[in-house]
Design a protein around this ligand. Structure first.
Ligand code: NAD
Length: 291
């Protein structure tokens, strides 16, 4: 029997609509500062669609486009200035940066309460210790998809293939927080298919086209494909969709699965950040303290 297909585009739309309602209820609209360095065409497209969707939801567009030859110090100053600016609720530094810039050092300049990509060490620490904070967008999009599709997470065997700081590792932590029994696989995992076959929820985030075949899927499992690749002019994921859909119970397509969720969760994070900052502004510790 063919798996039911999760409609990520539809779920992302409902998240964006929820964000727009939440924005309308805030006393002042949140502001998102996207920071684009140089003229990489793919990055320019990503940033422009983030800005467009944010504006549609009522989020203020505080974009900065900076020259590709900007120095580390100059860019660090821009990020520090945005971190201190009360009009800026969230900061997104579009990656990759030109080779001469140290992305890690620049990300660490983003105030953790404005870290809408969830990439600072403070955000990673908050996630690892289960404290409130901003979570990376793609992994939280996966959780949102599972919830929207009413896939039970508590007590489920979850296998995450990939352990990057951007996707696999934070996703494993989010699933653990939701009381799944989590296995994290990576490039050195032995008998990958056998480990994956244990999963009630299998997430592929390895960056290897069609790595996950039907032999790696337990009948009836939920399969979430984070991978995205262009092959022979078509997009595909880390999952061999056509064969896996005959075994899985539920599956996400590529495109139209996890992809649309990432920007939707960025918008949701921007609202969360704005709320947190307005609460802090009213507290004795003042706005944006990094406690
Ligand atoms: P990455 O290259 O940083 O990490 C890949 C991870 O997969 C590593 O931990 C590695 O150990 C593991 N891996 C690699 N080969 C493997 C193998 N053969 N078996 C098991 N594990 C293996 O990649 P990333 O940034 O985490 O992204 C993963 C994929 O998700 C990519 O295709 C990327 O384009 C996609 N992605 C999509 C979105 C989205 O919005 N849909 C967002 C981020 C990343």
């Amino acid at each position: 029997m063919s798996a039911s297909v999760i409609d990520g585009a539809k779920i992302a739309r409902s998240v964006r609509e929820r964000v727009a309602r939440e924005v309308a209820e805030l006393p002042t609209p949140p502001g998102l500062a996207t920071v684009l360095v140089g003229d990489d065409p793919a990055s320019a497209i990503y940033v422009s669609s983030k800005r467009k969707q944010c504006v549609q939801a009522g989020i203020r567009d505080l974009h900065r486009h900076l020259p590709g030859d900007i120095t580390q110090e100059e860019l660090a100053d821009v990020i520090s200035e945005l971190s201190a600016d009360p009009a800026v609720s969230g900061i997104l530094l579009q990656l990759p940066l030109p080779d001469h810039l140290d992305a890690g050092a620049l990300i660490s300049r983003i105030h953790p309460d404005k870290d809408v990509d969830g990439l600072t060490e403070v955000s990673a620490g908050r996630l690892a210790t289960g404290r409130p904070g901003l979570r990376p967008c793609t992994p939280s999009g996966v959780i949102e998809l599972l919830d929207a599709a009413e896939i039970p997470i508590t007590g489920a065997e979850a296998v995450v293939v990939g352990r990057s700081p951007l996707v696999g590792k934070p996703l494993a932590q989010l699933l653990l927080q939701r009381d799944a029994t989590v296995t994290a696989c990576h490039s050195r995992t032995e008998e990958l298919a056998a480990v994956c076959r244990r999963a009630d929820i299998l997430v592929a985030a390895a960056g290897v086209p069609r790595l996950i075949g039907a032999d790696a899927v337990k009948p009836g499992a939920t399969v979430i494909d984070v991978g995205i690749h262009r092959r022979e002019g078509r997009l595909c994921g880390d999952v061999d969709f056509d064969t896996v859909r005959e075994v899985a119970g539920t599956i996400t397509p590529v495109p139209g699965g996890v992809g649309p969720m990432t920007i939707a969760m960025l918008m949701a994070n921007t609202v969360t950040a704005a709320r947190r900052q307005s609460t802090r502004a009213g507290s004795p510790s003042g706005p944006a303290s990094s406690a």
